[in-house]
Structure formats: C-alpha cells, structure tokens
Design a protein around this ligand. Structure first.
Ligand code: 5AD
Ligand code: SF4
Length: 438
C-alpha cells in the first residue's frame, strides 16, 4: 500500500475536498498516514483567500524540500485554490512540487501520478461547469466520528469585489440531492450525529432534473427528516439570498441547529457597494430581524473585513455600530488583503496602510470579545442540549460539546461518551466558552 499524507489549509470546503481526494486515492491503493515521514505522497490542499494563507503554504513547501532530499521517491502535490490561481508558476517557483491540481481536477490525480512516474510534470487546472464529485463517498480525515462536512455545491458567482473564490473555484453548481441524502444517511448509520452542509452560498442551492426542483430549504427539510437524532448545520449564507422559507424550516425542526452564519463584511453602505455585496446595512438588519422573529434563540455570527479600499473612519465606525446592533455571538475577522485580478484589485487602490488596517481590526476584535462575553453571560443559568464531541484539551476528566447555537460547553465527564446528547446547565463562562454541570 502507498501512503498519502494530506495537509489542509483554509476553509471547511477544503476539508471536505481533501476527503474526496482521499476517497479517489483509496481506489488506487493509497491509504492515509498521519506520519509525514512515512508518506510516499504529500498533498497540500491550499487556500488563496488572503495573502497570508498563501505565504504559509509557500513556507511549508520550503520545509518539504528537506524531506524530499531524504526520500527521492517522495512526491509532493499542491491542490486547491493556489493550484488554480498560480498553475505552472508553482512548479517554476517551488522545485519541490510534482503535481498541481485545481479544485475541479481531483479525479485526474491517479492519471497525473502515472504521468509523473513517466517523468512528466503533471497538472490539471481546468475548471468545470459540472463537476460536483457527486457519487464519490468521502473518506473522513481526523474525524471525531460525530460531526462531518457534506459538500452540497461548488463554486461561486457572486463576485464580491475583494474575493478570489469565483476565479479559483469557478461556476456555481449544485450536487444531486439524492447523493447528498445518501451520504448523510450513511454517515448517520455509521454513528455520526451532526452534519454541516457546505457551499460558498448555500442559499442559491438549486437542483433541477426533469420536473423535480429542490431548493436549499427543501434540501434542509429532507436532511432534517433523516433522523431527529441528527443535528443539521449549514454554511455559508449570503445575506442577499437568505429566505423566509429557509428561516421557517430552521424554526420548524428541533434538530436543525439554531445558528446562522451571515457574513456582513462591513456596516457601511458605500463600502458594501464597493464590495459588490448587493445589500445595504438596512436590508441586512431586516434579515436579522426576520431571523429573530421566527427564531428568538438563534445565534448569529459574521465575517468582517477591516480596512477595505477607501474605507473612512466613519465607515469603520459604522461597522462597529452594526456589530453592536446585531450583537453577534461570534465573528471571523480579517483585515483586507488585496488578491490579484479581483474586481477590487482592478478598480480600487488598496489605500489603507497596513498599520491602520491592523488598528481597525484590533478594535473590531476587542468589540467582538465584549459581545461574545455578553452573549455567553446571557446563557449562564440556562440549560442546553449538548452533543458531545470530545475530551477537553485541558483535562481528561472533562468533555466538551456544542449547543445548538454552536457554543462550546465544557463539563464533567462522569459516565458520558462522545456522540451522546446530554442536558447541561451553564454555571459560568468566558468570552470563548461555557462551563456547565449536568
Ligand atoms: N481579504 C480579507 N478577507 C477576505 N475574505 C475574503 N476575501 C478576503 C480578502 N481579500 C473574507 C470574507 C469572507 C471570508 C471567507 O474571508 O470575510 O466572508
Ligand atoms: Fe467570495 Fe462573495 Fe463568493 Fe463568499 S459569496 S466566496 S465572499 S465571492
């Protein structure tokens, strides 16, 4: 058996893709190893979303040179968004790289390995309008046996002006709903208790065949009906597309988690326009109101970009203000990183100095810490159903799991095991975690 080591950078989508790749390689006599020194093939699944994500991969590739000097049979492949963005340049700039495979080329990997064995540099970076890896059964990597990602669509056509994804992951396409349901049923039968349905913009999921038409709300409902013991999550929603129909479905099923990631990016109308987000702060707040009306206990998280092109102090203050207005439970926060060939790179100067971007980001992070603490404090004294995911890193005597709202709870192990549902009463908190007792 050949041994493959896969390292994944970036988003959950990449994690799901690495699991597809492992499945494809499994059919070719490769098995996963967690020990890089034992591997015959190292695959790095990469992310291009910000420059620092790419820099991390580049320094990782340099580290791999030493391993390759020790083992001349070792092959190194770069997968994912950087492969798509940089193509042959990756071979030229990084001697260690043998294979370059973009997000739609994973079925070609066995063929490429053969080509490489014949002494040719091998790459596959064509994007496809159809590829969804629909029937491939992902092989889970580093799993806790409880929660799994399930990719339901690929690509993105929103063209937010800062974002490289539409160029690296291509056109939007939805996976056959039956193959999604089969994958989820199989996971449930194997003991999994939580799935996260993944796509760049899940709200535009639409599968049409003959006279069947399944949209995202329909799909969520079908997945929720597989078993009341299966928790269903999803990521990511675009605020312009999240519908009342979906919110109603989320509120209707106990096992659909009461947590929505709804990235606002900025609180300023002019910045949102420049970002090509296609909503105003007022429209965004209306969606929040709709969510709260139907699901009062819904947790809401966001993505925020600090220091986008032309962002004034007033714009930045509007971001802080919308954060307070929504009272986010959690946020992923970044400073703007210009990506080559995006609409923003072509149209708007990256004119906020790095120091200033970092200062604004710091203010955003400080505020979010306060908001997360307020949100967590409001949970103290309440009881939640928690799905147990693992052992606490700090103590073997404690377990951790999540509430439906996606908050991490730590509590005494007692006689519970991973994958169980338990009711936990929250006794204290920090801005990052809840502590509780059964
Ligand atoms: N610079 C900084 N953050 C970015 N994101 C996407 N592109 C960029 C960029 N060029 C952030 C957005 C998006 C999240 C996945 O990454 O907030 O929602
Ligand atoms: Fe990028 Fe916007 Fe698509 Fe998200 S919705 S992947 S931010 S272009």
């Amino acid at each position: 058996m050949n041994k493959v080591f896969i390292e994944t950078y970036g988003c959950q989508m990449n994690q799901a893709d690495s699991e597809v790749v492992l499945s494809i390689l499994g059919n070719q006599g490769y098995e996963l190893t967690m020990d890089i020194n034992q591997s015959d093939l190292i695959l790095i699944n990469t992310c291009s979303i910000r420059d620092n994500a790419e820099q991390r991969v580049k320094s990782r590739l340099m580290e791999l040179e030493a391993l390759k000097r020790k083992n001349s049979n070792l092959r190194v492949g770069v997968l994912g968004c950087m492969a798509e963005r940089l193509k042959e340049e990756l071979f030229e700039k990084n001697k260690v790289v043998d294979l370059v495979v973009g997000p739609d080329g994973y079925r070609d990997i066995p063929l490429l390995l053969n080509e490489y064995n014949k002494g040719q540099r091998a790459f596959s970076v064509m994007l496809s309008d159809e590829e969804t890896y629909s029937e491939i059964k992902p092989v889970r990597i580093g799993t806790n046996g409880v929660s799994a990602f399930v990719s339901i669509m690929r690509g993105c056509e929103n063209f937010c002006s800062y974002c490289v994804v539409p160029y690296t992951r291509g056109k939007e396409r939805s996976r056959d709903f039956e193959s999604i349901l089969n994958e989820v049923k199989d996971l449930f039968d194997r003991g999994y208790r939580e799935v996260t349905l993944l796509g760049q913009n899940v709200n535009s999921y639409l599968y049409e065949k003959d006279d069947i038409k399944v949209d995202f709300s329909d799909l969520m409902e079908m997945v929720a009906l597989i078993s009341p013991l299966l928790r269903v999550r999803f990521s990511t929603s675009h605020p312009k597309d999240i519908s009342e129909k979906l919110i109603k479905v989320i509120s209707k099923y106990l096992n659909i988690c009461k947590y929505i990631h709804l990235p606002v990016q900025s609180g300023s109308a002019v910045v949102l326009k420049r970002m090509n987000r296609k909503y105003t702060p007022e429209e965004y707040l209306k969606k929040i109101e709709m969510i709260r009306n139907y699901i009062p206990d819904c947790a809401i998280s966001t993505d925020i970009i600090a220091g986008f092109c032309g962002e004034s102090i007033e714009d930045h203050n509007q971001t802080l203000s919308i954060m307070r207005q929504v009272g986010y439970d959690y946020a992923f926060m970044f400073y703007y990183s210009e990506r080559p060939n995006t609409l923003a790179a072509k149209k708007y100067p990256d004119d906020i100095p790095l120091e200033e971007k970092k200062k604004r980001l710091d203010q955003i992070i400080t505020l979010q810490n306060e908001l997360s603490y307020i949100s967590n404090s409001n949970d103290v004294g309440k009881e939640f159903e928690v799905l147990i995911e693992g052992e606490s890193k700090r103590s073997k005597e404690k377990l951790f799991g999540r509430t439906s709202q996606n908050k991490v709870v730590i509590f005494d192990r007692e006689d519970n095991k991973i994958g169980d549902y338990v009711r936990v009463k929250i006794t204290s908190c920090t801005s990052a975690t809840l502590m509780g007792k059964k």
